[in-house]
Design a binder for this molecule. Structure first.
Ligand code: PLP
Length: 336
């Protein structure tokens, strides 16, 4: 859209798929450090990275929690760059102090994922919201040129979705994490990926799930509130984030590295559904080292990767599961 601008600024602690998508679009990913308050950009670093080659800045609402980006919007405007919201993990969420403002609709464009473990989880696809005629027009052109999915894929898809839903059953939700080949919660970098128009049956299922989203959000909010109120304060570093919010996963910051490793290992081996999220800043991920060729040290992204534990808050989590998570954290904490 602006051919002389090829750089896209991405948080150094975020999903490797954003790098894949940037490369696939023939653009250059530029990393920027994050802040430990809401996991958005570290603003001083962002100011240094923005220049006349910056096409877009992508703010990422990690774990479904909206990062603040008013200052970034101004920076984009002054620099004539686009502001894109990655709301992959935040579909349906609203700003904590403005319940009418939906996350993902305040930039030039916003996108949502309907992949595994997302608020609308139908294993594939997503949605792009364009705020300007210009972005919408360009997106429409790209969409028109995409291949149609062959009809037989509807059947394969329904079969896979059936198996996936079985694993999401309240009594089995821990099972997929125990199966390493599913790589759930893993960090995937696929520089070459197929794109096509959505499957008809998938969009119908997504619409059905959207009608149940509010109920699921209430549960996620209640579970997050419970963790915020019931886990010992010394393990909770919420930054500027609110506790009672429909997180996709509840992020817990444990500053002591050894304690964090022990807690995480026990939570994983006991099948609680907890994860350590992304293991390193993007430029230190083995598959991305060469691609990014970025030897910078992103100190806050590094701290975050070494101190975060994310807890499940979905409706498959029972009161007993929550108590179990609390017990494990307290036992390891007191053994410290
Ligand atoms: C923050 C974030 N951005 C982008 C993506 C990519 O979404 P998809 O897998 O639908 O391409 C994900 C998926 O995990 C994500 O968590």
């Amino acid at each position: 859209m602006k051919p002389d601008r090829k750089e896209v600024i991405i948080p150094a602690y975020s999903c490797p798929s954003i790098v894949s998508a940037t490369l696939k679009a023939g653009l250059r990913p530029v990393l920027c450090d994050v802040n430990l308050q809401d996991f958005g950009f570290f603003y001083e670093d962002l100011e240094n990275k923005v220049n006349a080659k910056t096409l877009a800045i992508i703010v990422v609402h990690l774990y479904g929690y909206p990062v603040q980006f008013e200052q970034i919007r101004k920076l984009c405007k002054d620099n004539n760059s686009y502001l894109v919201e990655d709301a992959a993990q935040a579909f349906g969420n609203t700003l904590p102090d403005s319940p009418d403002t939906k996350v993902g609709l305040a930039g030039d464009a916003g996108f949502y994922s309907f992949g595994r473990g997302k608020p609308i989880s139908i294993m594939q696809g997503g949605l792009l919201a364009a705020q300007s005629e210009e972005v919408y027009g360009e997106t429409e052109k790209i969409y028109k040129d995409l291949n149609e999915c062959p009809a037989y894929q509807n059947i394969n898809y329904c079969f896979s979705l059936g198996i996936y839903s079985l694993f999401l059953n309240a009594y089995l939700y821990w099972l997929p994490q125990m199966l390493p080949f599913l790589n759930l919660g893993g960090t995937i970098f696929e520089p070459e990926f197929e794109t096509s128009k959505g499957l008809g049956v998938a969009s119908e299922i997504a619409c059905m799930m959207i009608s149940r989203l509010e109920k699921e959000q209430e549960v996620r909010k209640a579970n997050s509130k419970w963790f915020a109120e019931n886990l010992e304060q010394r393990f909770i570093n919420r930054g500027s984030r609110s506790g009672a919010y429909p997180y996709l996963r509840y992020p817990l910051i444990i500053d002591d590295r050894d304690l964090r490793s022990r807690i995480l290992e026990r939570l994983i081996t006991e099948g609680t559904g907890a994860t350590g999220s992304y293991p390193t800043p993007l430029n230190e991920l083995p598959k991305l080292r060469e691609v990014l060729a970025d030897k910078m040290e992103y100190s806050c992204a590094k701290i975050l990767s070494e101190s975060i534990v994310t807890l499940p808050v979905h409706s498959g989590l029972s009161a007993k599961d929550r108590e179990n998570i609390k017990r494990i954290i307290e036992q390891e904490g007191h053994a410290n």
